[in-house]
Design a protein around this ligand. Structure first.
Ligand code: UT7
Length: 343
């Protein structure tokens, strides 16, 4: 017996950007404030990373609180408060179980929507965009709210100057709707990858099933985020450059065709190296790391929200997104910026 021809999904459905939003905790923490308790200085932090300040969520503020703020703004900017799926990229969920996305969906009035977390550290948002585009292409969703949100400060060892000065908290979000590949705002192609052989380079060793906290006392440091900064720097430049080039090849584009490179805001020096490697002038790189630090899975959507608000991203500009993070993981995609309202 032959199977009936599939009537679903509708052919050639693309995910099209329809809204953008962001949310930061209320108080910025300057380099000088951190240098009062760490053996560091504003000059070192600025020159080695490009960071001037970051935001730390106060006690009582969870990742879902920031995610709801960004999600509400993105829905408002899309002109419609609906979504039938909510994907939350985060390294810092509210709790190990359940996922944070369903809680965020309910608080946004989206009870009933499919909702799940995506865990790929700083690449999480690009992975979540790809997953959302897949849901739309498969006909499983019409409108997807994709959020990157972190309270990364909750993982930081306050005495580790090599990480405590880099990371910050925040959330960014976009709304994707079903549309056509030729429309402005259509996402894709994608390039995604991982190398779990280097899991050691970015890790919180304890708290999962490998090094359990239940019944066993973990070494205090193992509860904190740890990173081999120098080695990660090298991988970040290599992987983001290769991934960005791969996605341009797949799209049939040249570096010259890119108006804006919005990379994961890991370190200004990393973004500049990636631009050089790919052949995109540094002045076409958008960076907000000076104001927000490295916000992990939130960094690309927060940068998109700020670049849109600042009038840097305008309708018709071609935007290349590239990210790298723990796992190791990496991913890139490309889109033409659509006409969007501000929330
Ligand atoms: O988002 C996911 C991925 N994360 C990243 O992509 C981050 C990648 N790595 C980096 O951004 C950089 O490697 C860091 C910003 C973490 C470090 O910068 P670096 O230029 O690679 O510095 P380094 O680790 O080579 O350290 C140079 C010196 C060392 O002192 P000695 O050994 O030369 O005496 C460090 O102990 O700087 C010292 N140092 C600091 N000094 C003042 C490290 N952190 C600090 C600090 N303040 N906060």
């Amino acid at each position: 017996m032959t199977a009936p021809p599939p009537s679903h999904p509708p052919p050639h459905r693309a995910a099209v950007l329809a809204g953008v939003g962001g949310c930061l905790p209320p108080t910025a923490v300057t380099n000088d404030e951190l240098a009062q308790r760490l053996d560091s200085s504003d000059a070192w932090i600025r020159s080695r990373t490009g960071i001037r300040q970051r935001y730390f969520a106060p006690p009582g503020t969870a990742t879902s609180d920031l995610a709801v703020g960004a999600g509400a703004e993105a829905l408002k900017s899309s002109g419609t408060p609906d979504a039938d799926a909510v994907l939350l990229a985060t390294t810092t969920p509210d709790r190990p179980c359940p996922a944070t996305a369903p809680v965020v969906a309910a608080r946004l009035g989206l009870t009933g929507a499919a909702a799940f977390d995506v865990s790929a550290v700083c690449t999480g948002f690009v992975y979540a965009l790809a997953a959302a585009a897949g849901l739309i292409a498969a006909g499983a969703a019409e409108r997807v709210l994709v959020i990157g949100a972190e309270t990364f400060s909750t993982l930081l060892d306050p005495d580790d100057r090599s990480t405590a000065v880099i990371f910050g908290d925040g959330a960014g979000a976009v709304v994707l709707r079903a549309g056509e590949a030729a429309e402005p705002g259509a996402l894709g192609p994608f390039d995604l990858g991982s190398d779990g052989g280097r899991e050691d380079l970015i890790t919180v060793p304890a708290g999962g099933s490998r090094q359990r906290l239940s019944g066993v006392e973990a070494a205090p440091r193992d509860r904190y985020f740890a990173m081999d900064g120098k080695e990660v720097f090298r991988h970040a430049v290599r992987r983001m450059s290769a991934s960005a080039r791969a996605v341009l090849d797949r799209a049939g584009l040249r570096p010259d065709d890119v108006d804006h490179l919005v990379g994961h805001q890991a370190n200004l020096r990393i973004t500049n190296h990636v631009a050089d490697e790919v052949g995109i002038p540094r002045e076409r790189c958008f960076s907000n790391i000076a104001e927000v630090g490295n916000t992990a899975a939130a960094s690309i959507p927060l940068a998109l929200d700020q670049a849109h608000a600042d009038g840097v991203l305008t309708a018709g500009g071609r935007v290349l997104l590239t990210a790298f993070g723990g796992g190791l993981t990496w991913g890139s995609t490309v889109l033409t910026w659509p006409r969007l309202d501000r929330a």
